[in-house]
Structures are given as C-alpha cells and as structure tokens.
Design a protein around this ligand. Structure first.
Ligand code: KG4
Ligand code: ZN
Length: 339
C-alpha cells in the first residue's frame, strides 16, 4: 500500500496554483498548496487580460511546481498522478498548467487527469467536510458559472438549472466596475454594502416566480445601470453604499427561490455551495437559514478554497482516479467545457 501523491495544477484564469494531495481515511488531504494571485496585474484594466494571464502562468508554473513538491517533501519520482484544469477557462491560460501536468506525467510514466474546473469547485467541499450525505444539491456560483446540480451519487449528477445570461460573480464584477469600486467586484461590493441599506433601492429578482431552476442576472444589471443613469439625469448623487447593499441582496435573492424549489422537489439530504461567490457572507447566512428551515445539512467551502485553487482540482482528481479514470496525453484543453 504505497502512499498516493497527486500533483494538481490550476491555471484557468488569473490564479496560478499547485497542490500536492494525498489520501487519508479514504478522503483527499492537502499536503502542500500554493496560490499566486495575479489580481494586481489585471486590476488597472478592470478585469482579466488573457494575454497577461498566460504570460504570468508561464513564468510562475515551473518554480511553483518545484516549491510545492519541496514543501510536501515529495520528489517528482514519488508522484502517483498529475492533474490539471482542462476547462472551462481562458484557453491560453489553461494550456500552461495542462501542458505542465501532461509533461510531468509523461516523464514519470504516471496517470494524468484533466479536471473540469466546476467539478473542482464542488469537490473543494470534500477536502474539509467528512461524511457529506447523498443525495445532495450543489449551487456553484463563480465568475463564469451559476449552476444548480443534483448529485445522486459521488460522480453521478444532473444539472437542474444554470444562468441564462450573466453568472452571479460576473454581475458583481460588472456592477463594481460601473460603481468604480474595483476588481474583483464581489469582495468590493460586499465591503461597500456593509455601510448601506439593502432596502434603499428597489431592484428586480428574475425568474423567482416561474417553475424553473434557471437563473438570470442581466435584467438586474440593466436595472442598476438604468437607476444610476436616471439619478444622474435628475442631478441626484448616488449613494454607492445603499446601491451596493440593495444590489447584493437582489443577487442573493435571485438565487434562493430556485434552490428552495429544488429542495422541495428532490428532497436532498444536504446542500453544498461552491465557487468564488460562496465567499459572500450574506449568501452564506441566507443559505444557513434556508437549510435550517428545511432541515438539511449545509456545507460551505472555507473562504480560502472558495476562489480558484489547485487543491480543489486535486480533490476532484482524487475521486476520479479512485473510480479508475485517467486521460490519454492526447487530450486537449477546452475553453467552454461543460460539467
Ligand atoms: O471561482 P472564482 O475564483 O473564479 C471563477 O471560476 O470564476 O470566482 C471569482 C468570482 C468573481 O466574480 C468575484 O467577484 C466573486 O467570485 N467573488 C465574490 C466574493 N468573493 C469573490 N462575490 C461576492 N462576494 C464575495 N465575497
Ligand atoms: Zn473558478
């Protein structure tokens, strides 16, 4: 029974990250983990610049692999598998981690696994929570995705609903940019919202009444932009804190009805949250109330595993490798890979 050491890499967007994952009591465990954020490099552009992201990943990936292995006290010859994010993400950024993961697997003659980034976000929960009950529902809310997924078994799932336009995190980022609060928008809006009144500005909650599990945020975004425009035309000053608080609440309340509908119809044992937006404290508390009301367990990723990181990619790879999966080295990245 030799020790398992999975080297996982994540370079899908603006975070370069590497982790070594091992197995303990049938669950994935982090031995070492590094995340280098490029936020500063992109901040002045108000969003991620793909070309800059790829170059940064390229500079960082090799030294980061070395230092992550060193911290783990693991030699590359001891690795039992490598894994890297296959998509969705920026194609040039994905290629850096994917090529590095494949090259190392080829050199060491070990299995390679291309991991779906959204699955990674979901499996972050399995690094910290024991005995998550099945079946469970998972709401993945990130900068690129808003998906409601029903898991009947560990690697068997059905996507119940998704956003029809913008992702929840994207809405935060776009409105933050409009309010000149900075990038990434979610944390900036959350901070500003603390000083504001969430009932100050009336905003729509899309699809909350209809019998769907889908989400929509473009109407809300337009409503905020129109509100700003109208106030400016009237010569009124905009209270950024009030608008941030009202907007944040509207985003969260555009997520709740669909999830509650799925809880009633599917009767899951647990609800999981995943993705960058699940770091939002209003979202966390509103989902705590919802799951208390329906008497089911709620599992949240710790704050440092909500946003992009390689440990979550390693966790997803761990379960897929355990199920006997691995990929041919001819596999390529996919910018728009779906779950
Ligand atoms: O999961 P993630 O790191 O990257 C993607 O896979 O997209 O998520 C990043 C997104 C950004 O849109 C960011 O604004 C949002 O997560 N975010 C938040 C918070 N922290 C990050 N949104 C709301 N509240 C937060 N505290
Ligand atoms: Zn992500």
């Amino acid at each position: 029974n030799e020790a398992e050491f999975i080297l996982a890499l994540e370079t899908s967007c603006d975070e370069t990250s590497a982790a070594v994952i091992t197995s303990r009591d049938g669950r994935p465990e982090i031995i070492s983990h590094e995340v280098a954020s490029q936020i500063e490099a992109h901040q002045k552009f108000g969003g991620v610049v793909p070309e800059i992201a790829s170059r940064r990943h390229l500079e960082l990936i090799r030294p980061m692999i070395d230092s992550t292995l060193e911290q783990a006290g693991v030699d590359s010859t001891q690795l039992t598998a490598t894994a890297a994010t296959r998509g969705p993400g920026l194609v040039g950024a994905l290629l850096v981690g994917f090529a590095a993961g494949k090259a190392l697997a080829y050199a060491e003659k070990i299995p390679f696994l291309g991991v779906n980034h959204i699955a990674g976000h979901i499996f972050a929960n399995f690094l910290v929570h024991e005995d998550i009950e099945l079946p469970f529902l998972c709401l993945t809310v990130s900068g690129g995705h808003t998906d409601l997924i029903y898991f009947s078994r560990m690697i068997e799932y059905e996507i119940l609903g998704r956003t029809r336009d913008d992702a929840a995190g994207e809405a935060f980022d776009k409105i933050s940019r409009r309010l000149e609060l900075g990038y990434p928008g979610g944390p900036a809006i959350e901070k500003k919202a603390r000083e504001g009144n969430p009932n100050a500005v009336e905003l729509p909650r899309a699809l909350s009444e209809s019998e769907t599990y889908d989400f929509s945020f473009s109407g809300l975004k337009t409503a905020v932009i129109n509100y700003i425009h109208n106030q400016q035309q009237k010569g009124n000053e905009i209270d950024t804190a009030d608008l941030s608080a009202s907007f944040q609440r509207a985003v969260i309340e555009s997520l709740l009805p669909q999830v509650e509908r799925a809880i009633k119809n599917f009767e899951p044992e647990a609800l999981l949250l995943a993705g960058g937006v699940s770091a939002n404290s209003l979202l966390r508390s509103r989902f705590e109330s919802l799951t208390e009301k329906h008497e089911l367990s709620l599992y949240l990723p710790p704050l440092d595993l909500c946003t992009d990181n390689a440990a979550m990619i390693g966790a997803a790879a761990y379960y897929q490798l355990a199920a006997g999966h691995s990929h041919d080295l001819g596999l390529d990245v996919r910018a728009n890979l779906s779950l």
